[in-house]
Every structure is written in structure tokens, then in C-alpha cells.
Design a protein around this ligand. Structure first.
Ligand SMILES: *[C@@H]1O[C@H](CO)[C@@H](O)[C@H](O)[C@H]1NC(C)=O
Ligand SMILES: *[C@@H]1O[C@H](CO)[C@@H](O)[C@H](O)[C@H]1NC(C)=O
Ligand SMILES: *[C@@H]1O[C@H](CO)[C@@H](O)[C@H](O)[C@H]1NC(C)=O
Ligand SMILES: *[C@@H]1O[C@H](CO)[C@@H](O)[C@H](O)[C@H]1NC(C)=O
Length: 243
């Protein structure tokens, strides 16, 4: 685990980037653990998905981004309704989010978790006090914010094949139910950051005895609240988290 070494407040607005007219948006459409695939919630599919015994991703209704740093839907997209299924993930193993035709190239990608309080994820709605901790962050690989090579760029495939984003679920967690929140922030439009967020319900299994459900306050952030719209871009300075 790493301590948070800087405030988890980041600002996104005062970056002047080329405006792109790309309208093809997206999000995490499937998940894998090992060789097992789990279906996402199809935003354009039938409402019966909400009660499916096999769909672990929370409901979202559009692949369009969220534009406001203070939007409550930043937590789990809109409407973020709980579902019934969970992905079983052994503590310390990888969960992979699958994106198709990802077209954006600038800005960080982060993964967050929070425990689902009793009785579990199927009734849990995150709110302003929910303790989110970051388990992964992928930012600039080289160069500068505007001209550099971001992980998001490397992640984009241009041939329609799936882009796989694999991150390790911390081995130090206690077993139990958690939300995993994948977040891509796209900064290609000047002064108009785009947030792409989806939540999936997981059951961490075989966690450490005496492992933590929530790390200490120094690891925690509230969502919304972790981003702000003014000042300089410090996205890659959003440090700390739990690994
Ligand atoms: C991926 O998720 C979609 C719904 O978003 C589903 O229709 C499809 O069957 C899933 N694919 C796999 C391989 O699980
Ligand atoms: C929050 O984002 C959702 C989804 O994009 C949108 O429908 C809603 O209008 C936004 N709310 C506010 C207060 O901006
Ligand atoms: C926020 O969520 C927690 C956990 O579900 C709950 O205990 C608490 O009452 C909620 N707070 C508000 C203000 O709704
Ligand atoms: C598991 O995730 C880590 C990042 O946490 C990554 O470096 C590694 O390549 C992933 N392993 C696999 C098999 O994808």
C-alpha cells in the first residue's frame, strides 16, 4: 500500500488542447477474470438486465460522458442502479475491463474501490460519505500533458478489437463485496473534460485474514469531490492509493 502523498484534489480545466469532434464514445462493456468473461450492462439493452442473475455491472443508459466535476453520477454513472450479480475475484488477482473501439487518447485512467456495506452490493447506493480508495492509476507514459503519450493513447485500438485494461485487486483486502469503479478522464476538448465511469459489483474471495475493508483516511477520497474544474491540470499528481 502507498500513502497518499498529495491531496487527492485534481483540477482539469486550464489545459488547452485541440478540440476533437469525435462523437463515438464508450465505456467498459465486459469484464474478465482469468479466462472467464462477464457481461456488462448494455446501456441500450432491455430493462430486464437489472434483475439478471448474470450481469454484475451497474445500470448506465448512455455511452456519452459526464461533463461536470460535481455531478453525483460521477460515482457510478447514471443512473448507477444496483444489480443482482457479482464477479467472484480472488484477492490479489486481476480484474480486466474490456472496451471496444476506444477513440480518446489524452488523460488519465483510474480504478477505485469501495466496500458494499451489509447486506451487500445489491442494495448499496454510494453517497457523499462513501469511502473510495484508488487501486490503480495510468497517466502520462512520456512527454508533457498536451503533447505526451498517455496510457489512454496506447490503450486505444484503431481496428475495433477489444482494448483490455487489467488491474490487480489488492491482496491485502478482506474478503467481501465491493464496487469496482473504472474511470477514464478524457481531456482532448479544451476546457471540457469528459468522464467515463462504470461500476461493477465484485465479491473478493480468499482475502487476507485480518485484511482491510477500508484503508485509513489518508487513502480515501469522496466522489464527486476528487476532481475540480479550475486551476492547472494535476491529474498525474493524483497520487497514493492502495495496491
Ligand atoms: C459483453 O457485454 C454485452 C453487454 O454489454 C453482452 O451483450 C455480451 O454478451 C458480453 N460479451 C461477453 C463475451 O460476455
Ligand atoms: C449528470 O450527468 C448525467 C449523465 O450524463 C446527466 O444526465 C445529468 O444531467 C448531469 N447532472 C448535472 C447536475 O449536471
Ligand atoms: C450514506 O451511505 C451510508 C452507507 O450506505 C449510509 O449508512 C448513510 O446513512 C448514507 N448517508 C446519507 C446522508 O444518506
Ligand atoms: C495484472 O495487473 C497488473 C497491474 O496491476 C499488470 O501490470 C499485469 O500485467 C496484469 N496481469 C495480467 C496477466 O494481465
Amino acid at each position: 500500500m502507498q500513502r497518499v502523498t498529495a491531496t487527492a484534489t485534481a483540477a482539469v480545466a486550464a489545459v488547452f488542447l485541440l478540440t476533437s469532434r469525435a462523437t463515438a464514445h464508450g465505456g467498459a462493456l465486459n469484464y474478465t477474470v482469468g479466462d472467464t468473461w462477464y457481461p456488462g450492462y448494455d446501456p441500450y439493452g432491455p430493462p430486464t438486465q437489472l434483475t439478471s442473475p448474470s450481469i454484475p455491472q451497474r445500470k448506465w443508459i448512455t455511452t456519452n460522458p459526464i461533463f461536470e466535476a460535481t455531478n453525483a453520477s460521477l460515482a457510478c454513472n447514471a443512473p448507477g442502479t444496483p444489480v443482482l450479480a457479482l464477479i467472484p475475484v480472488p484477492a490479489g488477482s486481476n480484474l480486466t475491463a474490456v472496451y471496444y473501439s476506444w477513440v480518446h487518447t489524452v488523460g488519465p485512467m483510474l480504478v477505485w474501490m469501495t466496500p458494499c456495506p451489509s447486506p451487500g452490493c445489491s442494495t448499496f447506493i454510494p453517497n457523499a460519505t462513501t469511502p473510495w480508495f484508488k487501486i490503480a492509476e495510468r497517466g502520462l507514459l512520456s512527454g508533457t500533458v498536451v503533447d505526451g503519450m498517455w496510457f489512454q493513447h496506447e490503450f486505444s485500438n484503431w481496428d475495433g478489437s477489444p482494448s483490455l485494461w487489467s488491474e490487480r485487486i489488492p491482496g491485502a483486502l478482506a474478503s467481501g463485496e465491493y464496487l469496482v469503479r473504472h474511470e477514464i478522464v478524457s481531456l482532448h476538448s479544451a476546457n471540457r473534460p469528459q468522464w467515463y465511469v462504470e461500476c461493477v459489483q465484485v465479491r473478493v474471495e480468499g482475502g487476507e485474514v485480518g485484511g482491510v475493508r477500508v484503508p485509513g483516511e489518508e487513502y480515501l477520497a469522496r466522489i464527486p469531490g476528487v476532481w475540480s474544474m479550475d486551476g492547472e491540470w494535476h491529474g498525474v499528481g493524483l497520487r497514493g492509493g492502495m495496491s
